[in-house]
Design a binder for this molecule. Sequence first.
Ligand SMILES: Nc1ncnc2c1ncn2[C@@H]1O[C@H](COP(=O)(O)OP(=O)(O)OP(=O)(O)O)[C@@H](O)[C@H]1O
Length: 270
Amino acid sequence: MTETAYPKTQPLESPLYGLEARRVSAWFGKHKVLERVTLDMPPGSVTALIGPSGCGKSTFLRILNRMHEMIPGAQLSGEVLLAGQDIYHASQRPQHVRSRIGMVFQKPNPFPTMSIYDNVLSGLRLAGIKVRDKDSLVESCLRRAGLWDEVRSRLSTPGGALSGGQQQRLCIARSLAVSPDVLLMDEPCSALDPTSTRRVEETIAEISSQVTIVIVTHNMQQAQRVSHYCAFFLAGAGEPGGIVESGTTEQLFGDPHDPRTADYVHGRFG
Ligand SMILES: Nc1ncnc2c1ncn2[C@@H]1O[C@H](COP(=O)(O)OP(=O)(O)OP(=O)(O)O)[C@@H](O)[C@H]1O
């Protein structure tokens, strides 16, 4: 597959919200792992975070929906704006922030014994959101996640009975059910085979006009295939990570301004 595999929807003319990180630094105890990261993640687009292992991509992603603060000893400074409002302002409840900014993890994590149908609704139940027409919502979320045709005849079977790739798309459907503004994805395909990876990438391409997506990936081809924008993170030895360069994916891969970016995207290190 090449970077031209998916038709990318144009980013975007709708009332969607993007994220803006402003001078974000992060620590685990006394160990500083991110240094003043500023990044715009435009509404209705896919932003890929790339860079070698340990440079702080996953930490940055967790900061974007207030999951970083759940780790003992973790601290941060700076701002993260959703619709212009700082998600770390004292008036913002972390649980509410996390329902507006969902997360899909590396390893698919549906509730294994719960039915496919109930898995889709489980995020809503946790958030205490009531829905009138559950059947329609389940169908529309499974359709948007590209899973409906494969599961429509067995909605009452357990989520754990699906293949890994189907489970990951079920997790995407579950995230979509709460109508998030943003979906964060932490290497969502790294546990999947190439065919399942392709299906998840197609799903990302399809939903990217409806929800702002930020994805961490180690796969350069994947970053090129699915993202509109890209940020290259790097950490010097013993130093906190930061962004070397960010821009459109086309520019970052086709005409990188920093030689370190060029070396990384051309596979010369990392
Ligand atoms: N829970 C934690 N406690 C202490 N240090 C941590 C914790 N999680 C991450 N770190 C440290 O923070 C730094 C950044 O890690 P992070 O996982 O964000 O990097 P990454 O770029 O996502 O790496 P990878 O690509 O390997 O997933 C690393 O030095 C890591 O050891």
